[in-house]
Design a protein around this ligand. Structure first.
Ligand code: HAM
Length: 415
C-alpha cells in the first residue's frame, strides 16, 4: 500500500512534466490572445452543485463522483468537471453584474470514478474555458477556434470536430416525446439504469454504453429533426461562422454528451477515435444556480488525451533541454569556492549546477554531458590560487582561462 498509488491516478515525473508545462503554457498563451482570464476554483464543492449542475441521471452523478462527508458532516465532492464550479463562482461573486461577456479558463485536476484504461483515469486534468453572458452563435464558433488554435500550436493534426445541436428545452420537450414513443416497445429490454431514465431523461439512453448495441436505440430519431426555428437558426449560424473561419467539421446527429446541462450546440474533438475535448452551450445553468438568465458556452480538453495524441502523431514538443553551466571542481578549496560561484551564476540568471559527491574529473565531465551543459567551468586548487578558472565550450570543445572576477560576465557572453 505504502509504495503503490491508488488505481487510476498518475505521477507526473521529470522528463514528462516538461511536456505538461509546455501544454499549459500554450493554453495560457492562446487564452491570453483570446482575452480569456484564468479562474481558480476549489478542488471540492458541495455535492449538490454537481448533482444539480451536471444532472441527476448522468453517469457522472449516478456512478462516478468521489463524494465524502467532512468532519462537519457536510457532503462534499471532488470536482468531476469544471463548468459547474466556474458558473457557481460567476454567480456567487456576482461577476454577472460586470459588463459581459465574462471569459474564464482553468487548468487543473478533475476526479471521476471510472474504470481506468489508456486515456481514462480517476484523476485526470482538463484545460477548459467558459464564456458567459452572450448567446451569439459567433461566440460558439470563436471558442471552437480557440480550441483549434491550441491544437494547431501544439502541432496536432487530423483532429475531427463533430458538432450537433441538442436544442433548447422547448425543442427537447417535443423530442423526448418522440423518443419515448420510439423506445417504448423495447423499454423492458433496456438496462436497469435506462429503464429508470426512460421516464426521467430518455435522452440519456442514447449515451448508454450497455444499450448501445440495441437496434431500436441506435435507430432512434434525431434531435436535429425536432429543433425549433430559433435553435435551427442558431445551429446554421454556428456552421456558417465555422465555414468562414475555415474550420472543418462533421455534423454528428447521434452525438449525446455525458452531461445534462447542454442546450443547442454540442461538440467533440476526436483524434484516432478518442475524444480529446468536448463541450457546448449551457444556457440555463446560471439561472439554475440563482443568477440572472444568462447564457454560457465552453469546452474541456483532456490533457492526458492530448499527450496521447501527441505521441500517436509523433509530435516532438520544442522543449528546452540542458543547463547553461556545470561546475567541475578539483580539490577541497575549489569545491568550497564552487558553492558560492554556483550561487553567483544563478543570481545572474543562469541555469547552473555542480557535482556534490567529490567525484573524479572524468565522472564530473560525464555528469556535465548528461545534463547537456553548454559551458563547463573547471576549477582546481591551482587555478583558484591564481584567481582563474578554465571555461570549456561543450559544443566547440574550445577551452579558455578566465579570471574568476569576470567569470559570470564571460559565460553570459558565450551563451
Ligand atoms: P467532458 O466531455 O466530460 O466535458 O470532458 C471533457 C474532456 O475531458 C473529455 O473530452 C476528455 O478528453 C477528458 N476526460 C473526461 N473524462 C476523463 C477521464 N476519466 N480520464 C481522462 N480524460 C477524461 C466536461 O467535463 C465539460 N465540463 C466540458 C464543458 C465545458 N462543457 C461546457 N463547458
Amino acid at each position: 500500500m505504502l509504495t503503490n498509488r491508488p488505481r487510476g491516478v498518475n505521477d507526473i515525473l521529470p522528463g514528462d512534466v516538461e511536456k505538461w508545462q509546455f501544454i499549459e503554457r500554450t493554453a495560457r498563451d492562446v487564452c491570453r490572445r483570446f482575452n480569456v482570464s484564468e479562474i481558480r476554483t476549489p478542488i471540492f464543492e458541495h455535492t449538490e452543485l454537481f448533482q444539480r449542475g451536471v444532472g441527476e441521471t448522468t453517469d457522472i452523478v449516478e456512478k462516478e463522483m468521489y463524494t465524502f462527508q467532512d468532519r462537519g458532516d457536510r457532503s462534499l465532492t471532488l470536482r468531476p468537471e469544471g463548468t459547474a464550479s466556474a458558473v457557481r463562482s460567476f454567480v456567487e461573486n456576482k461577476l454577472y453584474a460586470q459588463p459581459q461577456p465574462t471569459k474564464l479558463f482553468y487548468i487543473g485536476p478533475m476526479f471521476r470514478y471510472e474504470r481506468p484504461q489508456s486515456g481514462r483515469y480517476r484523476q485526470f486534468h482538463q484545460f477548459g474555458a467558459e464564456v458567459l453572458g452572450v448567446n451569439e452563435p459567433s461566440v460558439d464558433a470563436e471558442v471552437l477556434a480557440l480550441v483549434m488554435t491550441f491544437f494547431n500550436e501544439l502541432g496536432l493534426k487530423n483532429i475531427t470536430l463533430e458538432i450537433n445541436s441538442v436544442g433548447s428545452p422547448a425543442s427537447r420537450e417535443a423530442y423526448r416525446g418522440a423518443l419515448r414513443e420510439h423506445l417504448a416497445p423495447v423499454k423492458d429490454q433496456l438496462c436497469k439504469d435506462c429503464q429508470s431514465r426512460f421516464d426521467r431523461n430518455p435522452m440519456r439512453i442514447l449515451d448508454c454504453k450497455i444499450d448501445a448495441s440495441n437496434e431500436t436505440v441506435s435507430s432512434s430519431p434525431f434531435m436535429l429533426d425536432y429543433l425549433t426555428d430559433e435553435d435551427k437558426t442558431h445551429f446554421e449560424q454556428v456552421k456558417s461562422y465555422l465555414d468562414s473561419f475555415g474550420i472543418n467539421y462533421v455534423v454528428n446527429p447521434r452525438m449525446v454528451r455525458g452531461l445534462d446541462y447542454y442546450t443547442q450546440t454540442a461538440f467533440e474533438f476526436i483524434e484516432s477515435g478518442s475524444t480529446i475535448s468536448g463541450g457546448g452551450r449551457y444556457n440555463g445553468m446560471v439561472e439554475q444556480f440563482g443568477g440572472p438568465d444568462m447564457p454560457g458556452f465552453g469546452f474541456g480538453v483532456g490533457i492526458e488525451r492530448v499527450l496521447i495524441a501527441l505521441q500517436n502523431q509523433e509530435v516532438e514538443l520544442p522543449i528546452e533541454k540542458g543547463i547553461d553551466v556545470f561546475l567541475v571542481a578539483l580539490g577541497e578549496e575549489a569545491q568550497k569556492r564552487t558553492v558560492t560561484l554556483l550561487q553567483e551564476l544563478r543570481t545572474a540568471g543562469l541555469v547552473a549546477d555542480k557535482d556534490y559527491l567529490g567525484k573524479s574529473m572524468k565522472a564530473q565531465m560525464k555528469a556535465a554531458d548528461r545534463l547537456k551543459a553548454k559551458q563547463v567551468v573547471i576549477l582546481g586548487d591551482d587555478e583558484l590560487a591564481q584567481g582563474v578558472a578554465n571555461v570549456k565550450d561543450m559544443e566547440s570543445g574550445e577551452q579558455v582561462s578566465v579570471p574568476l572576477s569576470e567569470l559570470v560576465e564571460k559565460i553570459q557572453q558565450k551563451l
